[in-house]
Design a protein around this ligand. Structure first.
Ligand code: GUN
Ligand code: ZN
Length: 427
């Protein structure tokens, strides 16, 4: 049976980095018709109600119906260490991250955190993530199993490291290749799951391991490849000393077959002119992680890049300090302000939905509301707290209605989250 969700409806007919707010489509009294996991129609509520009298109606009043949020870079195994105090990147990894990731050798613990993580993000309106797992194949099985049971579209891969990580958290060039290949064959394309080839970053991989994963990617070009790039300046200095033959950080990937369409680079803050030009030429995607970049003290991403190559938005849980994509949009706004760029609410919302979906090369399936797209939706209460409600009272445009929720909204703003045509979370 079909479901008809009624409320304000926000979708995109274009890219607001090219067209500004004209790229957005807003229906004040709209509706979305959903059946068998797909969006069948979107339009005026009255017309859709009349045309589909049998559909089950979900009247969300003045709440805003949007595509579910797409978080393009997370580490689900870092759920329990989110908001750990006082360290910058390399010390933060050694002190908090690696000891926690060690625990994922235990499948039961991996299952517990995978379930906890997905429940936390669905309650915040996120319907797809692209996640790093840990070195342990079991950690990949855990997150895919949890996503599958929830019907979610989810991207993940085994995080490969063969140096500069503690005992128990290192593989080799060969075992990274073999285990990644096995996991890819087991999971890629099953239901809504996609395997992502995942070298953690150049400091924790030898050139041999990067080359092995480059070879695996060449054999499986339909897969995405994710890694980190130019997050902190001392990290970049370390990369130069570990890879003295490379021209720059990107070159450590490029020379091993880890640059091309379908490559996703997290952070990408301190890029050289050559790196920017090569990234654009190669058709790679970047992922902006604004709360993480402030929390770990990394720097300010240049959002002008979004005019030249696909840019996604991400929490970077748990280097990022918040699971919510609303909070992440607010952080992206503030980071841009510090660079003298004012992002329009349409641009922020697009980054958290279609922009991230495009970075994942899934823009035709998720991240927007249109007939034929998958029915992953979030219903957002635009007056979820007294502070937000009073700020919207004089709103004359939909953007003035939405912006206070972007800046001040949290999980209380999430009225419902629909995944694969089913309400997975209802407030
Ligand atoms: N660089 C390499 N690994 C990580 C990680 O887990 N988090 C962040 N923020 N940066 C990284
Ligand atoms: Zn990361």
């Amino acid at each position: 049976m079909a479901d008809l969700l009624c409320g304000q409806v926000l979708s995109f007919a274009g890219d607001p980095f090219d067209q500004g707010e004209a790229a957005a489509r807003h229906l004040a009294q709209g509706a979305v018709l959903v059946e068998a996991g797909k969006i069948v129609a979107m339009g005026e509520a009255a017309a859709l109600r009349a045309a589909h009298p049998q559909a089950r109606v979900h009247d969300y009043g003045q709440a805003l119906i949007s595509a579910g949020f797409v978080d393009a870079h997370v580490h689900y195994p870092q759920t329990a260490i989110i908001a750990s105090w006082g360290k910058r990147l390399i010390d933060w990894l050694n002190l908090y991250t690696f000891p926690e990731e060690m625990r994922f050798a235990d499948r039961a613990y991996a299952d517990e955190i995978a379930a906890r993580y997905l429940d936390l993000i669905v309650a915040r309106g996120t319907t797809t993530v692209c996640s790093y797992a840990t070195i342990h194949p079991e950690s990949v099985d855990a997150i895919f199993t949890a996503a599958k049971s929830r019907g979610m579209r989810l991207y993940a891969g085994k995080t490969c490291m063969d140096r500069n990580a503690p005992d128990g958290l290192r593989d080799t060039a060969k075992s990274a290749y073999d285990q990644s290949k096995q996991l890819l064959q087991k999971w890629h394309g099953q239901d809504r799951l996609s395997y992502v080839i995942t070298p953690r970053f150049s400091p924790t991989s030898t050139p041999e391991q990067l080359a092995a994963l480059g070879a695996l990617w060449k054999e499986n070009p339909a897969c995405l490849m994710q890694t980190h790039l130019s997050e902190q300046t001392d990290e970049i200095d370390w990369v130069h000393s570990l890879h003295p033959q490379s021209r720059d950080y990107l070159d450590t990937y490029e020379t091993q077959g880890l640059l091309g369409e379908g490559a996703l680079y997290g952070h990408a803050i301190h890029l050289t002119a050559r790196e920017k030009a090569r990234l654009i030429e190669a058709g790679a995607s970047l992922v902006h992680c604004p709360t993480s970049n402030m929390f770990i003290g990394s720097g300010l991403f240049d959002m002008d890049l979004a005019r030249h190559l696909p840019v996604g938005l991400a929490t970077d849980t748990g280097g990022g300090s918040n699971f919510s994509m609303l909070h992440t949009m607010a952080a992206a706004y503030e980071v841009a302000q510090l660079r003298g760029q004012s992002l329009h609410p349409a641009q922020l919302w697009w980054l958290a939905t279609q922009g991230s979906a495009r970075a994942l090369r899934a823009q035709d399936r998720i991240g927007n509301i249109a007939p034929g797209m998958e029915a992953d939706l979030v219903v957002v209460d635009l007056a979820s707290t007294p502070a937000i409600e009073q700020a919207t009272r004089r709103a004359e445009t939909v953007w003035q209605q939405i912006f206070p929720t972007i800046m001040m909204g949290d999980d209380r703003a999430i009225r419902a989250t629909w995944v694969n045509g089913t309400p997975l979370h209802e407030a």
